[in-house]
Design a protein around this ligand. Structure first.
Ligand code: MG
Length: 380
């Protein structure tokens, strides 16, 4: 492989009218399409200078996000080709630098493909990733009928990144002057230059329609973490009963340093367990006077913060209470709604169940309440 320095341009200045909303911000397994597009190219050349070209009205917001990550942000132009030129100008590359031009709407490109297209451009001056056409291809008449079957053996779908020695691009732009071209490879072709096609992974799709997301989502493993929490509190006559952040009037309360909300303690431990952040006793020791009679929603919220610091957000919660009393049914909807509110989830993603111990053991004798919770986290 020829030695070559590399610089990266990711073009994100287009509108997404065919998608219906900002397709670049759509999340795939915890990262936006744009984040994945930039990361997938940079993974091949982590130290290469990188420029992201966005719409002029998005420069400030994009800068806040990308500059700390080492990506420069510049404003794009009216057409894709103008945006590429502006990204190129910001890089000020030497003529022998290999420039990778990647579509921001392509969230998946394997590292090996990026390396091979860069190497091909270093050798020949210009290269692109291309996927073989596997379907039979027909040319149609304007009335929709088939005119002919087109031999597909020498057809390929152009993917990105495309790669060019900077000098090749410079000379092409100078030679053509004004004009419209579909991509920079087409420009080099028009001028009689050689553009090598490097076979790329066909899953490198450009997210154009919502259904394209389903195709490309399958490439990224969905990550889920599961945690369980268990807590037990004995009854303590004279105290109010709090369960799921709701006070159940007229019922015997539970003993404990805080408000003794056994349900929220189990949920807190499940969140902490799912993100590997210890347990409730470690973060809120009973010896700490701050937590005397504290509402236990504080513990849930802090656990969610600790999860967020580790890159996780809660996706679901299942909670089971085991007790002979009180009857949960009259309060179930209020408790479930409050738990959903504390977790920041739609109520459908939160479940609350209750059972008894059929008179057996300490629960059966009515000495206390057991809470069991399972929480799932997904990438934030
Ligand atoms: Mg407890």
């Amino acid at each position: 492989m020829t030695d070559h320095t590399v610089a990266i341009i990711v073009v994100a200045a287009g509108s997404s009218t065919r998608f219906g909303k900002d397709k670049l911000s759509v999340q795939i397994s915890g990262h936006s399409v744009l984040e994945r597009a930039v990361a997938s190219v940079r993974a091949a050349f982590p130290d290469a200078p990188a420029v992201l070209v966005v719409r002029a009205d998005q420069v400030d917001a994009a800068q806040n996000h990308w500059q700390p990550l080492g990506v420069r942000v510049v404003a794009g132009g009216a057409h894709r080709q103008d945006s590429v030129k502006r990204g190129f100008a910001a890089l000020e590359p030497a003529d022998d630098t290999v420039i990778l031009v990647h579509d921001a709407a392509r969230p998946f490109v394997p590292v090996a493909d990026v390396l091979r297209v860069a190497a091909a451009a270093a050798e020949s001056g210009a290269a692109l990733l291309a996927a073989p056409v596997v379907d039979t291809v027909k040319r149609l008449r304007s009335d929709g009928s088939v005119e002919t079957t087109v031999p597909r053996e020498r057809l390929a779908r152009a993917l990105t990144p495309q790669a060019f020695r900077a000098g090749v691009l410079r000379r092409a732009w100078e030679a053509v002057g004004e004009g419209i071209w579909s991509d920079e490879a087409a420009l080099v072709e028009r001028l009689g230059g050689t553009v090598m096609a490097v076979t790329g992974d066909p899953r490198n799709v450009k997210v154009t329609h919502p259904e394209d997301l389903e195709t490309v989502s399958g490439v990224f493993p969905s990550r889920v973490r599961v945690g369980q929490g268990v807590d037990v509190h004995p009854f303590a006559p004279g105290r109010p009963l709090w369960l799921c952040g709701v006070e159940l009037p007229g019922e015997t309360g539970l003993a404990g340093h805080s408000d003794a909300d056994v349900a929220l303690h189990a949920v807190t431990d499940a969140v902490l367990g799912a993100c590997g952040a210890g347990d409730i006793g470690e973060h809120f020791p009973p010896s700490d006077e701050r937590w005397r009679n504290a509402p236990s929603g504080v513990f849930v919220r802090r656990a969610l913060e600790l999860a967020a610091e580790r890159g996780w957000r809660v996706a679901g919660c299942d909670l089971t209470l085991v007790a002979e009393a009180p009857r949960i049914a009259p309060h179930r909807q209020a408790m479930r709604a409050r738990l959903a509110e504390l977790l920041g989830l739609p109520v459908e993603q939160v479940s609350l169940k209750a059972t008894t111990c059929e008179g057996m053991g300490f629960i059966g004798r009515g000495e206390g309440v057991v809470a069991l919770s399972v929480v799932t986290l997904e990438p934030a």
